[in-house]
Design a protein around this ligand. Sequence first.
Ligand SMILES: Cc1cc2nc3c(=O)[nH]c(=O)nc-3n(C[C@H](O)[C@H](O)[C@H](O)COP(=O)(O)O)c2cc1C
Length: 499
Amino acid sequence: MESRLTVNLEKMSQVANSALYLLVIAFFLLGHFMSFYFHFLTVTFFMLTLINVYYLYIQKHHALLSNFGFMAQIRYMIESIGPEFRQYLYMSDTEEKPFNRIERSEVYRKAKNSDSSSAFGSLSAFDHREIKLRHSMFPVEKSTLNSFELTFAQERSIPNVFTITKPFMISAMSYGALSSNAVRALARGAKKSNIPMNTGEGGYPKHHLKEGCDLIFQMGTAKFGVRNEDGTLNDAKLETIATLPEVKMIEIKLSQGAKPGKGGLLPKEKISEEISELRGVPMDKDVISPPAHKECTSPLETLKFIRRVQEISQLPVGIKLCLGRLDEFSDLIIKMTSQKIHPDYIVIDGAEGGTGAAPKPFMDDIGVPIFKALPEVQKILKTHGLRDKLKLIASGKLINAGKHFVALSLGADAVYTARGFMLAIGCIQAMQCNSNTCPVGVTSHNPKLLRGLDINQKSERVANYIHNLWHDHEEMLASMGMHNHQELSESNLYIPAHY
Ligand SMILES: Cc1cc2nc3c(=O)[nH]c(=O)nc-3n(C[C@H](O)[C@H](O)[C@H](O)COP(=O)(O)O)c2cc1C
């Protein structure tokens, strides 16, 4: 006969609920006959009894509390600390999501400049489902590698082209989603290492500008910082931002991987006075950006808008999107060719991308993942003769050099990472970006939590992460027998047949 040790909550709660009444009576009698001090306990247990009566007979929200009283509250308490227990005690190194401990540790080690070699064997799964890189039988000397250069808007021959010297950049994360200290630590690190940082859709880049790094100003669908009251583009405001010497490119966000087809969401808990001023929004309401730009209602209108932004800004202009319906994307590219209007770059953000806040179905089930999207995008661009006219940037969990190389081999010219850089400045994946309670101050505006994020120290970590990523890039390129990143192509990938 099967014997199981089970917790009989019903019996336990009956005993506990009756015990409460008995304790009140017992301490009342003790207080009355022995010492007045027992009444402190009488009052305590009496209050507990009242709460228990409320749970059992009055509140209707929680069935467990109605059925079992305060004993059920213990379950809620344990459940609330479950994630921390699982993360620290029970989950294996490869189990956590979105980034497991091995992936996070690699970033932490790079950011702290600690030895990142490991022994005995890889802890990653070799389960035949992963794309791998093919090395060469004839590796080259690192000293023979060529330097990296990628110039945006070269094809349009405008005076303000922008050149990057490493094929990775800090992806869009707004001030609002990130704290001011986090923005400044990232911007200072970017400046030290000479890579650009995307401002995200948070409006005027006040905190970024304090650090003087190269910026890509992003315009989300709400156009924070460059909007008219009705949400359309204010040309004069855009021109002012575009003439800031730090602003090197403008990015029009059409959609992003974590919530494609859905506007951004900034919960009211995170709207400080300053954020409300920089964005031009009230403090007492969640800020919901529209799902699309008012100006972009069709492919032709979208192209007109891109041209308008190029003309106002006189800078390279890119668009960011998560790949969805292929017919629509093809149509947009076909119109680019026929109208002779194209952005200077396209960012493809994989469905696995992160965000400060998004509804779960959008995060889980909508959009094409980056390694599936890139070949499709590459094919469409080539078919319609546009591949040589613009640059392609990829993002979506590309936090190490190996993943960068897969994306570059699948057609990207450069990659963006957002959460890689969050980890570098101390993010512990507490998954609280939407609640102003981030325990390490990366996404919280609570001054007490911000205190712990030292801008100078964390900017060093950003610089270390960049330096060590670049070191891996050079080592890997040499092992693949190549001298330039531009040589990477699908032929140096092992792609499983059923991938
Ligand atoms: C906290 C946070 C805030 C973000 N804010 C923006 C934003 O303002 N605009 C945007 O286009 N993407 C935003 N993203 C998405 C990232 O820029 C990026 O596309 C996505 O997370 C994939 O990169 P990753 O996997 O390296 O994080 C945000 C992501 C995070 C985690």
